[in-house]
Design a protein around this ligand. Sequence first.
Ligand SMILES: [Cu+2]
Length: 366
Amino acid sequence: MANTLPYLKTYGVIKMLNKVNRRLVTGLSLSAVLLLSACASPTQNENVEKVNAEEVKTEVIKPHLGLNQEPIPLKVERVGENEVNVEMTAQITDIEIDKGEMYKAWTFNGEVPGPLVVVEEGDVINFTMKNMDPAIPHSMDFHAVRTSPSKNFTNVEPDETGTFTYPADNPGVFMYHCGTAPILSHIANGMHGVIIVKPKDGYPTDDQIDKEFVMIQNEWYNYNDLEDFTNGSPKHVVFSTKALKEDDRNTNGDTFTLKDEPLLAKEGDRVRIYINNVGPNEVSSFHVVGTMFDYVYEDGNPNNVLEGMQTIMLPASGGAVVEFEVVEEGSYPIVTHQFNHVQKGASAILKVTKDGLDDEKATMSH
Ligand SMILES: [Cu+2]
């Protein structure tokens, strides 16, 4: 962390500068900051900082103005029995987070949460990040791997590409996120997602499952407002679903999509949800109304099995595999049982019909 501190201090100044000049002026701007703090009395200094914070907060930083980079599909290529290449972008893309409310998000591949990455237990991941952000370095921290963060979770500079290699030896449903300082800004602005490491021998209940979904919970705050990220409470708490297979749906984290267009299952189906709460700040009390989880694999590890659970607690970054049966048709709200968050958007509908197709009938909401 120590070597990122100078970046933190000069962040406000640096972010306004273009890439070419940045390295040259870093030293200068740091001196300027030091000079300013030396000249101003503590009171004046506080005022200056307050005004500056007021000015920049909730604004799109200059190099991102007018930038809306088209989502770029995730690239995953198996190059050996236990080796996989994963290529992602860091990019700036507009995301509709509530009806009519756009957010110029800092993203992986133009999605928030980022695209679902699936690898197998025992794979070596060769990870490449192409940073398309013209102004800010980004990085990748996969919770699925054991590696030296100072070597393999390091910054990729604007318009540059970085490659890192590490093994994924533990099965589970893991969070990934940008780890560039200030980390909270990068995660809260959209740089998070999920990587599933499939267990070598599967889950003991694999052959019972009729339908599988991936769901992610995340929060939205005032735009690019580190003060609100730090001390505020979320404006929206949302769910999204990500594609496990080619024809699966892939949505961004917003307040409405999974209510307007529910997830679908058939009466009697045994449903599995791979769930992760990427936060950044809140926990999730994950619950599906009208059923209970026959099996829960905490963090998605087949060894961490629980039975007959009404609610599963997901810490920030925590994941689980939950399995349940939908015994009769109807609409089953999927929520965090922290209902202040449901009020802010955190509910989705699983619609269960005789044939598993949408009957277009109205659903129950929470
Ligand atoms: Cu980032």
